[in-house]
Design a protein around this ligand. Structure first.
Ligand SMILES: Cc1cc2nc3c(=O)[nH]c(=O)nc-3n(C[C@H](O)[C@H](O)[C@H](O)COP(=O)(O)OP(=O)(O)OC[C@H]3O[C@@H](n4cnc5c(N)ncnc54)[C@H](O)[C@@H]3O)c2cc1C
Length: 431
């Protein structure tokens, strides 16, 4: 049996169900990753689907994954082509019998899987696994995805009571040296993906580096070195600096680390250092992440539609001038401007910032919320389809917020940035 592990948003060797299962009964295992050219084109809203910040992070992630796979004697083939164009050739050259991959359900990802299926021989087996969750779909206390509650608290309480988090998988065992071959394929540069190289803004909240090793270094630092986890709930609404929140989202989004691993690391911390509301709260937030994945499983493409999952109709506007002012930080609110400047310069924005700029865009300007979501999709280093579109729907009043709130931006700024430290950092001319 010759197996191909087709990496998607599960870019790690550790605690990876797809990789571990593929290794079980194989004579030979090879890996592949495709920088899909469609991900670097413009979306229907006119933004690059993946701009420079996430692309650079992804390039670093693949470099790290390639090295970690090589240490297991697994060769990694890297293409800048559509999977359905390059993988059939690889499958035939390497006499592959089965393809292992993480199951994705959003329409674009599902279409790629279908296109790949139709471009290879019928005898090739497709084996896909859900591996992006904290609570595995087979373990949740709901009979079907259609039964997932639309209110977060109902979902969380039932999962916390009746569900469990699976153990992490053992470290994969190294294959024999003859499994390794020279792949003679290269990781593209930013320029080859049609993007410009850039140097990091010194004001960045966090100097992100892609890959599972940097993800674990962050865990080591945030949990064990500085013990910031012990005060997470108290600091998580911060705006400036590396330590106000975990910053794990970028690695979680492309699967460099599993949500399960973070959960079990929290449990270790609770045993060895302290167990309190703050340590629990990180898990609480990881459950939010699961919630939006289940909402997208339940509602399918509605998460991308203007009426959202509630199918609500509002009078949405589409003003190019308002869009330019929002993106360039020329609105009437310094707090919105500072946050928009941060995302434009670094690909990052705090959760507090995201809520405020999204509320301003959708609720105050009454602009089509999908344009805001598409801009975030382009810019965010931690873009995750479910978390982004789910949170945008939530803030825009077409999703899961039972109270349909609008943020008072001035009072938010006074509360979270009382001395204008954040505003001054991002609104003053950068030297
Ligand atoms: C409009 C809007 C768009 C967003 N888009 C994204 C996105 O594309 N990708 C993304 O990962 N998060 C998104 N979020 C959620 C949240 O802002 C980020 O997860 C968080 O700011 C990341 O920082 P952190 O890792 O330091 O989070 P922490 O506060 O340390 O939280 C730990 C982890 O919990 C999860 N989490 C925390 N808050 C949320 C939330 N509200 N929804 C879902 N998961 C959460 C994340 O995986 C995060 O890494 C969005 C929020 C809003 C309001």
């Amino acid at each position: 049996m010759n197996h191909l592990v087709w990496f998607r948003n599960d870019l790690r060797t550790y605690d990876n169900t797809v990789l571990s299962t593929a290794l079980k009964d194989a004579n030979k295992v090879i890996a592949a990753y495709c920088f899909d050219p469609r991900h670097y084109l413009n979306s229907v809203y006119g933004f690059k689907k993946t701009d420079r910040f996430r692309s650079k992070f992804l390039i670093e992630t693949i470099q790290n994954l390639k090295e970690n796979l090589a240490a297991l004697n697994i060769p990694m083939f890297i293409y800048t082509e559509k999977p359905e164009d390059c993988l059939p050739k690889l499958i035939s050259q390497q006499q592959i019998t089965s393809i292992y991959f993480q199951k994705e359900w959003t329409s674009e990802e599902a279409a790629v899987e279908m296109a790949l299926k139709t471009s290879v021989d019928n005898s090739i087996q497709f084996k896909s696994f859900y591996d992006q969750f904290l609570f595995h779909p087979e373990d949740i206390p709901f009979d079907a995805f259609s039964k997932i509650p639309n209110v977060y608290t109902d979902f969380r309480k039932k999962c916390e009571k009746y569900c469990f988090v699976r153990e992490m998988l053992p470290q994969p065992e190294k294959l024999s040296e003859d499994n390794f071959i020279d792949t003679e394929t290269n990781i593209p540069t930013l320029q080859q993906l049609g993007l410009e190289a850039y140097s990091e803004d010194t004001r960045t909240a966090f100097s992100f580096s892609g890959g599972e090793d940097p993800a674990w270094e962050r865990i080591h630092s945030y949990f064990w070195k500085t013990e910031q986890l012990a005060t997470y709930k108290q600091t998580r609404n911060g705006l400036v600096g590396t330590e106000y929140s975990s910053k794990l989202s970028a690695w979680l989004a492309n699967g460099s680390i599993s949500s399960r691993s973070i959960y079990w690391e929290v449990k270790k911390f609770e045993k060895n250092v302290v167990k309190n509301q703050d340590t629990y709260w990180l898990v609480f937030e990881l459950i939010w992440r699961d919630f939006f994945k289940y909402i997208s499983l339940k509602h399918g493409n509605s998460i991308f539609k203007i009426g959202g999952i509630l199918q609500k109709s509002y009078n949405w506007n589409q003003s190019k001038k308002q869009l330019d002012n929002w993106i360039l930080g020329n609105t009437t609110y310094d707090f919105v401007n500072a946050n928009m400047s941060e995302i434009e310069q670094t690909g990052w924005m705090s959760n507090r910032g995201r809520q405020n700029v999204a509320s301003f865009w959708a609720k105050e300007l009454k602009q089509d919320w999908r344009i805001g979501a598409a801009y975030f999709e382009s810019m965010l280093i931690d873009y995750d389809v479910h978390s982004n579109w789910g949170n945008w729907m939530y803030v825009a009043g077409v999703g899961n917020d039972p109270r349909d709130r609008k943020f008072n931006i001035n009072s938010q700024a006074e509360r979270y940035d009382p001395e204008n430290i954040f505003i001054d950092l991002w609104n003053n001319e950068h030297t």
